[in-house]
Design a protein around this ligand. Structure first.
Ligand code: PRX
Length: 649
């Protein structure tokens, strides 16, 4: 990584202002340490106490149970997640408070109060019921960043359906694979979406995908772009027509859900080609995102909170929808690109909606910093009081720019480390308490026992890199991999018997965690998680490709980008045209975010005698480090030199 060196050398420390600490939920490190100790010594007591802040239809009987490696939280309890995010807030007297501010890429936005959002959710829940969606059914959602997306999710939660959101930037193939895995019967989509002023025909992708998804019986289509989408007779119906029918009431009784009933599936990349359906359940997930949001974002009654993530990823699920709404917060969601129409779009939104808390990804910070300080400097950012980052390590240079230019040296930055699997944030500063070190996600949240282990399972020394693991269960953790419990066990618990994150990290002498990046075959491109196996299998699905291997290389803006080594079939000819075609092929098969930046044609790949491709060596070629390690086990060590000679700059 380009910035690992600067992360290793970073020594600066930034303290929260007295003013900020005084008003925050957790005010100093002594308070943090005391509560942390309690949460680790008696986790069940700690979490049970916090669970009382939610509204239960029936109290739980046991806080935590380990069922042969599958963890169950709050068994015996019953609640409803949408009720806790909407009705509970309305009942507390905040019905007229703004819940959601939608900022479209162009044109007029929309605002919903908690009361209005509740009504919309109830209406759509009734639409789903009319279409025979029942508790436990899977509803696939493929929507852009429009209000119908959180409404659809909350409506599913209200009636006990399991939502499975697919990022709208994914291709029809990726959508198809996810539907075929989840066996959803209903799909919610839009005719199109806007990005950078252009229209993307989402519905076209759906129509292609559905040719191979026999389980889908109904498709609900939001009219967003009005681009003459095809509406299949008997299968497809417009959202606005369904929801405006006379018989659709704006009241819908929330389903009483068991704590461990499924809430949602969200697919993410692992080390094999098949995406993993990460399953989250009701009570534990809700409690975890509720509490982490409350304390890490130090939420107050008058905050205006803007998270730039897409709801199609876990950050949007947990910290646009469930975390903020269960706290009765005001959330800004934005539909489009950070640079449309100009590179000041985020800063304009902050000014317009007087945003106090801003949460984004390091890749966006780097890209916007590159555009120049004049863009943020032209906007009034004085409402900001807290900043956050997520998705990949932040290099100290980008951190300092964020702190100075956006935060005007007065806003703490919460560098939040977590994953789709963890449900919510596990390692992060508490903004009023934790001294910040640029590039470090700092300390574990309450109830989280994080550690760094060596290959043999022993504890690494301070500052020694190793495997980042979590040694105890927490309420927001994944419960299983959809339809594949064995994969849950193998991927996460087989190596050390405790939760394996897939990241490498070091812990410094102050107990601060410094995340170094993925240790497995997952590549973080602009914060998006891409499995190298997914890209490789899409490359080899091209008629001219015999073999492919994909590795990350450092990229100034994206953090990491994809470098592919491709061996062509005998009769295919290496050409610039084919190179472009292969990139396009991956974009179409997986999605534009997975497109390799560089494709190097090779005659042979470095392999061990047993035929295993040595990705470690390819990585050292791609990043130019030449740190090949031992190459004597290769069938033909000469391959390395040839590949290095032809390396693309
Ligand atoms: O490598 C870590 C990186 O993102 C991975 C999880 O990706 P995903 O499941 O898509 O969830 C992203 C949003 C939570 C992690 O394994 N990552 C996430 N946050 C950070 C990070 N790396 C360094 N610092 C972070 N703050």
């Amino acid at each position: 990584m380009p910035y690992i060196d600067s992360i290793l050398k970073e020594k600066r420390v930034f303290y929260p202002s007295h003013e900020f600490s005084r008003k925050s939920h957790i005010k100093n490190m002594a308070e943090y340490s005391k509560l942390y100790k309690k949460s680790i010594e008696s986790p069940e007591k700690f979490w049970a106490e916090k669970a009382n802040e939610l509204e239960w239809f029936k109290k739980w009987e046991t806080v935590l149970r380990n069922d042969m490696g599958f963890f169950k939280w709050f068994e015996g309890g019953r609640l409803n997640v949408s009720y806790n995010c909407l009705d509970r807030i309305v009942k507390s007297g905040k019905g007229s408070k703004t819940a959601l501010i939608w900022e479209p890429e162009s044109g007029e936005g929309k605002k919903y109060t908690y009361e209005q959002l509740l009504k919309e959710v109830c209406k759509f829940a009734n639409v789903l019921k009319k279409l025979d969606v029942k508790k436990g059914n899977v509803v696939q959602i493929y929507l852009p960043m429009i209000p119908e997306l959180p409404i659809a999710m909350l409506a599913c939660a209200r009636i006990g359906a399991i939502h499975s959101v697919v990022f709208a930037g994914f291709s029809s193939d990726a959508l198809k694979d996810r539907i075929r895995d989840s066996n959803a019967e209903l799909l919610i989509t839009a005719d199109g979406s806007f990005r950078n002023g252009k229209i993307f025909s989402l519905k076209k992708n759906v129509d292609i995908a559905l040719k191979e998804c026999p389980t889908i019986k109904n498709v609900i289509v939001v009219k967003r772009t009005d681009n003459n989408a095809y509406i299949a007779n008997g299968r497809d119906a417009w959202w606005h027509e369904l929801i405006n029918k006379k018989e659709i009431k704006d009241i819908c009784e929330p389903e009483s859900m068991h704590s461990e009933d499924s809430l949602f599936i969200l697919y993410t990349s692992g080390t094999t080609g098949k995406p993993k359906g990460i399953l989250h359940t009701q009570a534990g997930y809700l409690l975890f995102v509720y509490l982490t949001f409350k304390w890490i974002f130090d939420i107050k009654e008058n905050d205006s909170y803007f998270c730039t993530a897409d709801i199609g990823w876990i950050t949007g699920h947990s910290y646009i929808v469930y975390g903020p709404l269960s706290n009765g917060a005001t959330v800004v969601m934005y539909e489009g690109s950070p640079t449309f129409p100009k590179p000041d779009r985020f800063w304009r939104i902050i000014e317009k909606h007087k945003v106090t808390i801003f949460y984004t990804a390091p890749t966006a910070i780097r890209a916007l910093a590159k555009e120049g300080d004049e863009w943020p400097n032209k906007c009034n950012l004085s409402s900001l009081r807290l900043l956050g980052t997520v998705g990949e390590p932040i290099n100290p240079e980008a951190w300092i720019w964020y702190h100075n230019v956006i935060g005007k040296n007065k806003c703490p930055i919460v560098d939040t480390w977590w994953q789709t699997e963890t449900g919510g944030i596990l390692i992060s500063p508490l903004p009023g308490a934790t001294p910040l070190k640029p590039g470090s996600a700092t300390k574990p949240f309450f109830g989280i026992l994080a550690d760094v282990l060596r290959e043999d399972g022993s504890k690494a020394n301070p500052n020694e890199g190793g495997y980042l693991v979590i040694k105890n269960p927490w309420p927001g953790m994944l419960r299983t991999v959809w339809d594949d419990p064995q994969r849950y066990k193998n991927a996460y618990f087989e190596k050390f018997g405790v939760y394996l994150t897939g990241d490498s990290a070091r812990m410094d002498e102050d107990g601060y965690f410094w995340i170094m990046g993925r240790i497995d075959d997952v590549i973080k491109v602009a914060g998006h998680r891409i499995g190298s196996a997914e890209v490789e299998s899409s490359l080899v699905s091209h008629k001219d490709v015999a073999e492919a291997a994909v590795v990350p290389y450092p990229h100034e803006i994206k953090g990491q980008a994809i470098y592919a080594f491709v061996v062509l079939k005998k009769n295919a000819k290496k050409s610039g045209q084919l190179n472009d075609e292969l990139k396009k092929h991956v974009a179409e098969r997986v999605g534009p975010i997975a497109k390799p930046d560089k494709i190097q044609f090779a005659d042979e790949l470095p392999k061990t005698r047993s035929g295993k491709i040595m990705r470690r060596i390819l990585k050292a070629i791609a990043d130019g480090s030449k740190d090949y390690g031992n190459i004597t086990t290769l069938t033909d060590p000469g391959v390395v030199e040839i590949l290095a000679k032809n390396r693309l700059n």
